[in-house]
Design a protein. Sequence first.
Length: 209
Amino acid sequence: MNNVFVFDHPLIQHKLALIRDENTGSKEFRELVEELSLLMAYEVTRNLPLEEVEVKTPVGPAKVRMISGKKLGIVPILRAGLGMVNGMLKLIPAAKVGHIGLYRDPDTLQPVEYYCKLPSDVSERELIILDPMLATGGSAAKAVEVLKSKGATNIKLMCLIAAPEGIEAVHKEHPDVEIYTAAIDEKLNSHGYIVPGLGDAGDRLFGTK
Ligand code: PRP
Ligand code: URA
């Protein structure tokens, strides 16, 4: 699949297995989602451009490489994307954080937007949308549409579990968006839930039902 990257690192797969387990409670679920996000941030930022600079060590000058002034932004989709923010910020603390509030109408499965607050300079930033679940793809496609309408041109999507239907839907509308995920599952069920998935990510993170 073009523009889809599945992380097969053992630590990522192990932690993903733990969050799928229905016996994993909210506290552990939250901790694991944060750890997964940190590990995935490491991979997602692999291609950031470097520039050569000079620093002075106690022994003398050294030519070293540092990230070259790339402006990053992370954009969690509320609610469940919030669980991925701290892990990302641990690795890229200078990233700005925007928020897009979307929920899926349970009958139509269409995304309903209820909140949007973004950094003013999104058009200059490399943006990473965060949402643990890519199911029908409606929410992610809508989030990309919102960011593009504000001038963003460089957008990635990072999720934990994707359904084939969601990947196809996002890429049909936004083929330029790279999708990073820890797993591509089998399918959606008749309620639009990912099978086997992990259930409702927001409810499992925040202990709601
Ligand atoms: C979940 C999830 C995604 C969306 C994925 O959110 O966090 O945002 O569903 O489904 P889709 O790909 O079919 O759009 P939900 O609508 O349950 O809202 P919540 O995070 O507030 O619980
Ligand atoms: N949203 C979730 O939280 N889980 C799914 O499986 C699908 C949508």
